[in-house]
Design a protein around this ligand. Structure first.
Ligand code: FE
Length: 307
């Protein structure tokens, strides 16, 4: 049931070297660099995104994800969910407006999988990059690299995904769109959505809490995914796998690593979800095909290299 969470808002990633990271996220993936704040964090966005930013890079000693944040309908919804999260038993912290430039107050909370999440209601809207609000052209000139359109979702690995799925479904109103079950019905993976997308966030059961698998950016066409693969070769970027197709969500995809070891994905197409849809189920015995639909074999690196 919907609780007023609308969509992904932003993700903050840790990188070892900001200039190297910007070559990856700005020059290769093609995100727009928006600004730096007084902590030295870099703000970026995909060109179709109306909000001021969707990706924040923070220089740190270790790679990984600090938090991922979702936008809710309004301040009333934010207050209601703030209370609900405390009642549910999360450790909840209020981050004041302006801690991220242009973003209103955020409610930060932890999860059974050991990740930090946030919700917020207000962020400055600067509009689609390079396009006017009235009579916008098809696309802006001057895009770089893969020309990523938006931050789409992330995949997180951790302990007790059942607990985090319960939190996301019952407190935040996400739907379970796709899942992986083992032979005795234990859920090993859950793909959650608050929209028509096959996933706005996904979780895979893992013995270590709080791990980050990838941040994903949407491209418009399969041709764009192949062109992304060309750029990965041209720039001699570390490739994980692809171009290929997933069984889960049926997206067409390629995975590669940023200079700090964080995994990135760019993808196109994929399934859609309505709230009355039953979850799509893949069985663990077919996990190879579920993850890599063409190879039908798992790549060990995909399962074990996390930040
Ligand atoms: Fe993905």
């Amino acid at each position: 049931m919907k609780k007023g969470v609308m969509r992904p808002g932003h993700i903050q990633l840790r990188v070892l070297d900001m200039e190297e990271a910007l070559k990856h996220y700005r020059d290769l993936i093609g995100l727009i660099e928006v600004e730096r704040d007084d902590q030295g964090r870099a703000y970026l966005k995909g060109w179709t995104e109306v909000d001021k930013f969707s990706v924040v890079l923070r220089e740190a000693d270790e790679p990984g994800m600090d938090f991922v944040s979702y936008k809710v309908l309004d301040n009333e919804t934010l207050d209601k969910l703030h209370k609900d999260l405390i009642e549910y038993g999360c450790n909840v912290e209020e981050i004041p407006a302006g801690e991220l430039n242009g973003c209103g107050r955020r409610i930060r909370f932890d999860s059974p999988t050991g990740h930090m999440f946030e919700i917020f209601a207000e962020k400055e809207q600067t509009g689609k990059w390079g396009l006017s609000k009235v009579n916008p052209e098809a696309w802006p000139r001057g895009l770089k690299g893969m020309k990523a359109t938006r931050f789409d979702h992330c995949l997180l690995y951790g302990t007790n995904i059942a607990g985090t799925l319960d939190l996301f479904q019952n407190v935040l109103g996400f739907d379970l769109a796709e899942q992986v079950l083992d032979a005795d019905g234990t859920r090993l993976a859950g793909f959650l959505t608050v929209s028509m997308k096959a996933h706005d966030v996904a979780f895979i059961e893992h013995p270590e809490p709080g791990k980050f698998h990838h941040a994903s950016f949407f491209l418009n066409t399969w041709e764009d995914v192949l062109r992304a693969a060309d750029l990965i070769s041209m720039e001699d970027v570390s490739l994980d796998i692809g171009p290929t197709r997933h069984g889960l969500t049926h997206g067409k995809t390629i995975y590669f690593f940023d200079p700090s070891g964080n995994r990135s994905e760019v993808f196109c197409e994929g399934d859609y979800h309505y709230p009355d849809h039953e979850p799509v189920t893949w069985m663990a015995e077919d996990l190879g095909k579920a993850i890599f639909y063409h190879d039908r074999v798992l790549n060990e690196r995909f399962l074990t290299v996390l930040t």
